[in-house]
Write a protein that binds this ligand. Structure first.
Ligand SMILES: NC(=O)c1ccc[n+]([C@@H]2O[C@H](COP(=O)([O-])OP(=O)(O)OC[C@H]3O[C@@H](n4cnc5c(N)ncnc54)[C@H](OP(=O)(O)O)[C@@H]3O)[C@@H](O)[C@H]2O)c1
Length: 344
């Protein structure tokens, strides 16, 4: 079999350009076509000098036949671009939120648009390999998870699935500013974001329905009740989620030993989830597809504390999308994703 031909819709955003960087080293694929309105007609290497070794021109629309397309568009625009491609038989991995939620009414409530294809929404597979690997392998449309949900769901899945906690869950997440994208906005200006930390979306962040959908499906008896509060931190990449829940009476009787065993068992064969021996920091994931998880118990209050870290642009976006592509095409799951984190 020849190399898999790949296209990226919107290489001019942070998620799209990170895809190009990671795909450069992928042994089984060839990046054939990249789009971006603001840079159409320009060389990819000229717009992004760190990609100097690519000889590709950014176009307004995909200009080559491809086997798989990554869409890194904003929500709504992404669905409009993707639906015709899926109908033509091209495999698609959508990095936007447009196919993540199963309930089409949730798009009106959370994203303020009527979903154009509730049928395709049902068919799309939520692309968190640690939970949906076999469905991803057979999918023609994969909805790549959001960055916050990736860190939160991976942190909580083992204890939710095993019913070890009470329903009340608190997820306190911190994200670097690249999570807000490359478009200019006042909140991410240097003078606004540096030397500053702020909570936002107290009335409910768009990633909340995704988190509750996936945690709820893991344990329909538990019915998790999730409080999710994101914060903006003055760093370019990374998400750290601190998750809290009360231990259910009679569970985890051997304390931390039991809890760590649950996590090591749950993620035993996962190439990109690591259970750490000490509380991790986001820098330990920079540029890599790893999710680091540290399970802990506050014995004074009977509360579990699960800390998780990812690079929002890699495991939280482009890296996970490539992991999904590898699964969809039967490639080694870690192909193109072997790089270790950058340090310091
Ligand atoms: N940043 C993250 O950490 C992250 C993580 C997970 C998922 N995501 C999702 O991935 C998608 C891209 O995010 P991003 O952070 O890469 O965003 P971004 O850096 O702001 O880029 C958005 C891209 O979309 C283009 N664009 C903007 N409005 C458009 C429209 N109406 N129609 C067509 N193109 C438009 C922009 O480029 P041109 O003006 O050149 O066309 C740009 O390339 C979003 O859906 C986001 O929610 C992001």
């Amino acid at each position: 079999m020849g190399k898999i031909k790949v296209g990226i819709i919107n290489v001019t955003g942070y998620a799209g350009v990170e895809l190009a960087r990671l795909l450069f080293r992928h042994p089984e694929v060839q990046l054939r076509s990249v789009t971006g309105r603001s840079a159409a007609g320009q060389k990819l290497a000229a717009v992004f000098p760190h990609l100097a070794d690519f000889d590709l021109t950014i176009t307004a629309d995909l200009d080559e036949p491809v086997d798989v397309v990554f869409s890194a568009m904003p929500h709504k625009a992404s669905a409009e671009a993707i639906i015709p491609l899926v109908n033509k038989g091209v495999k698609v991995i959508d990095i936007s939120a447009d196919f993540r939620l199963k309930d089409s009414a949730a798009y009106l409530a959370w994203y303020e648009f009527a979903h154009p294809s509730p049928g395709m929404l049902k068919e799309a597979v939520y692309g968190l390999p640690e939970l949906h690997r076999s469905a991803i392998a057979d999918a023609r449309l994969v909805a790549n998870p959001g960055c916050y949900p990736t860190s939160a769901i991976l942190a909580l899945a083992p204890v939710v699935k095993e019913g070890l906690i009470e329903p009340g869950i608190i997820i306190d997440s911190k994200s670097g500013v690249s999570g807000a994208g490359r478009a200019l906005s006042l909140t991410t200006h240097y003078a606004e974001a540096s030397d500053n930390v702020a909570a936002y979306s107290l009335k409910g962040h768009r990633h909340l329905p995704e988190i509750t959908q996936e945690l709820g499906a893991l344990n329909t008896v538990l019915q998790p009740s999730v409080t999710f509060l994101p914060h903006l931190i003055p760093m370019s990449r990374g998400i750290l989620s601190s998750c809290y829940a009360k231990i259910k009476l009679g569970k985890l009787t051997n304390g931390l030993k039991d809890l760590r065993q649950v996590y090591t068992d749950f993620y035993r064969n996962e190439p990109f989830v690591r259970i750490t021996d000490a509380s991790p920091g986001t820098k330990q994931t920079w540029g890599s597809n790893f999710c680091l998880i540290y399970p802990y118990i506050d014995t004074r209050t009977g509360t579990i504390i699960i800390i998780s870290c990812i690079d929002n642009l890699v495991k939280g976006a482009a890296g996970q999308a490539i992991q999904n592509m590898n699964i969809m095409f039967g490639l080694g799951e870690a192909a193109g994703l072997e790089a270790l984190p950058v340090y310091p």
